[in-house]
Design a protein around this ligand. Structure first.
Ligand code: ZN
Length: 145
């Protein structure tokens, strides 16, 4: 297991333990995690705190150069909001835990030159599958349905 995907999974598990949606993300620059986060929509009553957005926020204000040298790891295929942030800051590479439970904007990312890699990790799939089965209304709310 890639240690950075493992870190994203740990974030997702922490979110689940908090009663939230189990999606985690880390942003890695030069082999070091500069931002990590998990979905906090439920915990914070937030409209925007998806796992990737939380990782961006926790990374704080970074230079354009730093973003352009970073890799974003996320346990789930990124939605349109998070893909927008990835494109805005010019993140060149995204590693995705799985896209079986939700297909995000991977084609958009690829069309804009982002290197997208999907690992289909069984732990990531199980986290979402179990969560969607247990709390379908929370999940639908998260993706605007
Ligand atoms: Zn998102």
């Amino acid at each position: 297991m890639d240690p950075f995907m493992q870190a994203a999974i740990e974030e997702a598990q922490q979110g689940l333990a908090e009663g939230g949606i189990p999606i985690g993300s880390v942003i890695v620059h030069e082999g070091r995690i500069i931002g990590r986060g998990h979905n906090r929509r439920v915990q914070q009553g937030s409209a925007i705190r998806h796992g990737e957005m939380d990782a961006f926020e926790n990374a704080g204000r970074q230079s354009a150069q730093t973003y352009r040298e970073s890799v974003l790891y996320t346990t789930l295929s990124p939605c349109s909001m998070c893909s927008g942030a990835i494109l805005l800051y010019g993140i060149p590479r995204v590693v995705i835990g799985e896209n079986q439970t939700f297909m995000g904007e991977e084609e958009l990312l690829r069309s804009r030159g982002v290197q997208v890699e999907v690992v289909q990790d069984p732990t990531c799939v199980a986290l979402m599958r179990d969560f969607i089965a247990a709390k379908p209304e929370l999940w639908n709310e998260d993706i605007g349905e």
